[in-house]
Write a protein that binds this ligand. Structure first.
Ligand code: SF4
Ligand code: MG
Length: 335
């Protein structure tokens, strides 16, 4: 069966006064029905721009590639059709619920309007009942009363829950969540992720989770795409990502770059800073920061290729893809 969403060779660039920013440089990924794809990377890696482009929320960008959603290309759809699809089939949750919940309107009213905007045959009172039910479902206490609150009367965690309620209001098949828990403290974050997981299980919703937080990846992901400098560096299952990652950038993100020989492995940030996307580095975009970089890395761009023995694991790195060969190469390159 075909995936729910198949993004193929997506490229996105913006003209700025400093030059053309190549924000996304040929990204491909699939999202299966009911599954969670986490897209992880530092800020500026292109993870938000990729998904915002797919759902038609980037303005003034030059876009190429395909984004097949239930067989239709979202990138060539009319604005009106895309708006329909986005409302009825794709729910969205952002980091900052304050920018998505309107401060002047009651929370319940906003959810009701969302429901009625897509189906005018639903009465106001039925939409209100449904809003209360949704608020209850995402764990808002006393939803029959809180439904009439304004967003500022909610805590940050409750606002994120209300956002989820709103995103789920039309029973979407795909939810796109961009750093939905970044502004929350760890306990509340875990609760919000749990609410999302419960709803996903109940409704069979697929999820794209955009995050820079590997803790979130560990909690929710089925599959993971690691982005850097507008490209996918590694794409694999959650388990492989944590236990058998291939790419040196993933290694860096996980804080597991081996320290000097004989020393204990310890956490440390990746040295150096993310590259300019106006004039990205030649060859592998990670080469200026990679502890293993060799000549080929500086001149030739590694394609995403299958990691030896695992058809669901791809890495864009010139190091050997078999574990023994890679170990030897890394030892040689860092000695
Ligand atoms: Fe490092 Fe080279 Fe692999 Fe890039 S291709 S991650 S520079 S080893
Ligand atoms: Mg972002």
């Amino acid at each position: 069966t075909s995936p729910l969403l198949s993004v193929q060779d997506l490229k996105v660039s913006f003209r700025t006064s400093d030059g053309v920013v190549q924000a996304v440089r040929g990204v491909s990924f699939d999202v299966e029905r009911g599954k969670t794809l986490a897209i992880v990377g530092e800020s500026g890696s292109g993870k938000s721009v990729s998904t915002q482009t797919v759902v038609g929320l980037t303005r003034g960008a030059k876009v190429s590639g395909r984004a097949l959603f239930e067989g239709r290309d979202l990138l060539t759809m009319s604005k009106e059709d895309l708006r329909q699809v986005r409302g009825a089939k794709i729910g969205m949750i952002f980091q900052d619920s304050q920018s998505s919940l309107h401060p002047y309107y009651r929370v319940g009213w906003q959810i009701s309007e969302m429901i009625r905007a897509h189906d005018r045959s639903i009465s106001k009172s039925a939409a209100r009942e449904r809003s209360i039910e949704l608020l209850r479902r995402v764990g808002i206490p006393k939803p029959d009363r809180r439904v009439d609150d304004y967003p500022h009367q909610f805590s940050g965690g409750m606002r994120q829950r209300a956002m989820i309620a709103m995103a789920m209001a039309l029973d979407p098949v795909l939810l796109v969540a961009d750093e939905p828990t970044t502004a929350l403290d760890v306990t509340v974050q875990a609760q919000v992720l749990e609410v999302m997981a419960d709803l996903q299980a109940e409704f069979g919703t697929a999820l794209i989770m955009i995050t820079h937080d590997l803790g979130v990846v560990a909690d929710v992901a089925d599959e993971v795409a690691v982005m850097y400098a507008g490209r996918i560096m590694e794409r694999t299952t959650r388990r492989e990502l944590f236990y058998h990652h291939h790419h040196p950038y993933t290694e860096g993100l996980l804080g597991s770059l081996p320290a000097e020989s004989g020393e204990r492995r310890r956490l440390r940030p990746i040295a150096g800073s993310p590259p300019s996307l106006i004039s990205p580095p030649s060859g592998c975009p990670f080469h200026p920061r990679c502890p293993y970089a060799f000549d080929q890395c500086r001149s030739e761009t590694p394609p995403l290729r299958e990691v030896f023995g695992d058809r669901a694991h791809h890495s864009a790195c010139w190091l050997p893809t078999d574990e023994a060969g890679r170990g030897e190469a890394r030892a040689a390159l860092t000695s």
